[in-house]
Design a protein around this ligand. Structure first.
Ligand code: C2E
Ligand code: CA
Ligand code: CA
Length: 813
């Protein structure tokens, strides 16, 4: 240590010593910086920086050594062997190149770094001792070998440590660490080795080409200059490249940020970089996203899909969902491709926001599967849900119900108040249905005023019955539309799966049959499907075919029931009532086939036959008794009734004022304007018109004023309670008073008792009809009466003086 201190302080020129140190520091700093710059993915650039670092380091150790030698004052003369000096420079250059080459090998294990460190430390030592060997002193040199080995060992150790720190070269502190350790390695080795040398004066002959001190100073200056030149030009090139790559990086970033799609660069699950579009998509900053896990950005459903996309390149976009910063879910489609990034494998992921497309798809899907007016499921979606519910019932063993719903009186609302009101009503009814069903139930509109509900996973049919009665109550509640209080009812048919049908078609057909049965009851009701309903439907079909043949086969007959004036009980006319004499079933009452005839349209030809037969019969009477003929609403609306009546009157020669047409209140469910025109035209023919069954249906008092009726028939349900129920008395007396105020005469039908007759007489009712006074009889009975001359205006007829009416055959009644 003493020698080291003595040599440093007393044997060296301090100014040159300082210069040597400064050169060493600058050289080592340049070297470490170049080594850092050599860490780039481009091999060519890497090689250039490594070579520059090796050259600069070689120049550094060479210049430091020789400036320090120039600073050395051993007290004897010295010069330098030119070849050995050159050799020392070569040792420095090749040794550094070899050391840095080993350092840069891709696998930077501790062994590689150690070997590189030994090579670099060995290069410093080899250069030093080759340089020492190039020196000629005018004296003898004695070496302290222990110090020599110590200097070599320390030089190598410090070099290994310096290179071990190169993993931190990307930081300034890391570079300072590397530079400082290299400076220490160079200086420690040099000055410790110098202190190991003792020179005693003698005259030794010198031989060969030598450099004196001045030439040596020049050589050193030249090498330092070379080193400075390499450093400066490397710095300029580096600056230029940095600027260019900075611009390049900026250009690439702008390009990436300008992309419409989100771009994410990841390595395994870790995000390395993202572009602006991806940040905007998720509402997160690039800073937050970098280094975070990409799979955590996918919603839990799509996490594995994202991981698959990352591990295997996808050529078809894969749809998935990402979670945004505000907690919402963003549907996206993603494509991935493997790339090499900074020399290592990575994956680039292109992500496109497809929420607009999904929304449009959803809208179209909704339109295809929903009813535009009520927003309920349409037939298509209904079929699908029905199939699903049936499959679910098979899987779970829990039955399901299908409810088929038809609104009562909807048509009359639509006709009377207009289609806009009808639409509003449907919307409100649909909303009520939705309200009272569960989320798993599907409410569908199948068309017009027909609805259906799929009620899956119920335990017993009771659940369907409960829902049906709840629906009936809810739908029945009046709705206020445009100032009108509108009320409709609902009839519901229910079919259960699996017991009522194995396929959706059969189940629906059976629910429809049950609905048909429910509709047959008066008022809103529901009905479960029963296996014999199908049988009944087939019976109905058979009856339909038979009815078609009935007219051609003369199986239809007319019965005539007399009408009397209430006070005097004089015969005033007859009502023609239709009968069907079926070859197997016998007499069939009109109530059992008229509705069927109306549904099938057969009523048009049957009605024409009734009119013709009744008018023919009445035309034969010697006295002009009134003949009342029932006319169905279908006839009034669909056929050319006016022309038919005119033609029949002409053919039969019956005076028009003898004919009276009876229409029922169901007429008001049709197109009121058209009906009004037909009735007015009939009146123009001279025919009279009676409103039948008054009080049972749809009449509003305004109809009585608006339509050209001549008579009104009080329904027999009111007559039935007369004389027993005060309310019935009050209703009948007010109907009579009202009709008289409107110039309408009143007939009471269904008079069966004398009490009823007496009540009607005291209420000032105009005409009476009923079993008490005369039952419906075939025309043959009338013929015999006519022949016996009993039917004549001169002979007043009444129940007590004309027992023949009481004895007449009852036929189907
Ligand atoms: P409607 O027009 O109200 O005819 C009166 C019905 O009451 C007849 O039944 C008649 O037999 C019955 N009746 C009469 N007096 C009494 C009584 O004292 N007590 C009871 N309980 N009933 C009485 P019918 O003949 O069975 O006719 C039933 C319905 O069939 C008729 O009711 C009418 O709406 C319809 N109808 C009958 N013939 C024709 C027709 O030729 N064309 C059309 N469109 N409908 C007809
Ligand atoms: Ca009638
Ligand atoms: Ca009637």
């Amino acid at each position: 240590m003493q020698n080291f201190y003595y040599s440093l302080v007393h044997e060296h020129d301090p100014r040159l010593l300082l210069l040597a140190f400064a050169v060493c520091v600058i050289g080592c700093m340049s070297t470490s910086r170049m080594l850092w710059r050599s860490i780039v993915p481009v091999a060519r650039v890497q090689r250039a920086w490594r070579l520059s670092a090796a050259l600069v380091f070689a120049c550094t150790i060479f210049s430091t050594h020789y400036i320090a030698i120039l600073a050395f004052r051993p007290g004897v003369g010295m010069d330098f062997d030119i070849w050995k000096t050159a050799l020392s420079l070569c040792v420095a250059v090749f040794g550094s190149m070899l050391g840095f080459l080993v350092l840069s090998l891709s696998d930077r294990g501790a062994l590689r770094t150690g070997i590189a460190g030994i090579l670099v430390g060995g290069t410093i030592a080899a250069m030093h001792f080759t340089g020492m060997a190039a020196m000629h002193f005018s004296g003898n040199i004695v070496w302290n070998h222990a110090t020599v080995w110590l200097s070599i060992a320390l030089g190598i150790l410090l070099s290994v440590l310096a290179l071990a720190c190169t993993s931190n070269l990307h930081t300034i502190s890391g570079r300072i660490q590397v530079s400082s350790l290299l400076v220490l390695a160079v200086c420690t080795l040099h000055f410790l080795a110098m202190s190991a040398m003792h020179i005693s004066a003698s005259s030794v002959a010198r031989a060969g080409m030598v450099l004196n001190m001045d030439s040596m100073a020049l050589t050193t200056a030249a090498v330092s200059l070379l080193f400075a030149l390499i450093s400066i030009s490397a710095t300029i090139v580096d600056h230029h490249i940095s600027m260019r790559s900075g611009r390049e990086v900026e250009r690439l970033r702008q390009l990436a940020d300008g992309a419409f799609e989100g771009i994410v660069l990841c390595r395994e699950d870790q995000i390395i970089d993202v572009n602006l579009a991806f940040c905007v998509l998720l509402g997160l900053s690039a800073h937050t996203l970098r280094d975070s896990s990409i799979s955590h950005l996918a919603s839990s459903l799509y996490r594995s899909a994202l991981q698959t996309t990352l591990s295997t390149p996808t050529f078809e976009p894969i749809e998935m969902e990402l979670c945004t910063s505000n907690g919402s879910i963003c549907p996206v489609e993603a494509l991935s491709r493997p790339i090499e990034y900074l020399g290592k494998p990575a994956t680039v992921l292109a992500v496109r926001d497809i929420s607009e497309r999904k929304l449009a798809q959803h809208r179209i899907d909704h339109l295809i599967h929903h009813d535009a007016l009520t927003n309920l499921a349409n037939r298509l979606l209904f079929q699908d849900r029905l199939q699903q519910a049936m499959a679910e019932a098979d899987r779970t063993g829990q039955p399901m119900a299908l409810l088929y719903i038809d609104l009562d009186r909807f048509k009359s609302v639509n006709d009377m108040l207009g289609h806009a009101t009808g639409d509003d009503l449907l919307v409100q009814v649909a909303a009520r249905m939705q309200e009272t069903t569960r989320r798993v139930d599907t409410v569908a509109r199948l068309g017009g005023d027909e609805f259906a509900i799929v009620q899956p996973l119920i335990h017993t049919p009771q659940a369907a019955a409960t829902l049906a009665s709840r629906l009936i109550n809810l739908i029945h509640r009046p709705v206020l539309i445009g100032g009108h209080q509108v009320s409709v009812g609902a009839s519901i048919g229910i079919a259960m799966y699996p017991q009522d049908g194995a396929t959706p078609e059969i189940l629906l057909q059976n629910a429809d049959l049950a609905l048909y049965r429910a509709k047959q009851y008066r008022g809103s009701s529901f009905c479960f499907f029963e296996s014999n309903m199908d049988h009944k439907l087939q019976e109905r079909r058979a009856l339909e075919i038979e009815l078609q043949e009935a007219l051609e086969n003369h199986q239809l007959h007319l019965n005539y029931q007399p009408l009397f004036s209430t006070g005097s009980l004089q015969l005033i006319g007859f009502e023609a009532l239709l009968r069907w004499q079926h070859p197997q079933r016998g007499w069939i009452a009109p109530i059992d086939f008229i509705p069927l005839a109306e549904e099938t349209g057969l009523i048009l030809s049957i009605g024409r036959w009734v009119l013709l037969s009744a008018c023919t019969e009445a035309a034969r009477w010697s006295y002009p008794y009134r003949i009342s003929v029932n006319v169905s609403a279908v006839q009034v609306q669909h056929s050319n009734l006016v022309e038919t009546v005119a033609e029949i009157l002409q053919t039969t020669g019956l005076p028009p004022d003898q004919l009276e047409l009876e229409v029922t209140e169901s007429l008001f469910l049709g197109d009121l304007e058209a009906i009004l025109t037909t009735l007015r035209d009939l009146k123009k023919l001279g025919v009279r018109i009676t409103l039948d069954d008054f009080g049972t249906g749809y009449s509003s008092l305004s109809y009585l004023r608006r339509f050209p009726f001549d008579h009104l028939k009080i329904d027999r349900s009111f007559v039935h309670s007369l004389g027993q129920d005060k309310q019935a008395d009050a209703i009948v007396s007010s109907i009579v008073a009202l009709s008289h105020s409107l110039n309408l005469s009143v007939t009471a039908e269904g008079v069966e008792t004398e009490t009823q007759l007496a009540a009607l007489q005291s209420n000032d009712c105009d005409h009476v009809q009923g079993f008490l006074l005369g039952r419906p009889s075939p025309s043959s009975a009338l013929a015999s009466l006519r022949e016996s001359g009993q039917i004549d205006a001169s002979i007043p007829l009444g129940p007590f003086c004309t027992p023949i009416f009481l004895q007449m055959p009852i036929s189907a009644d």
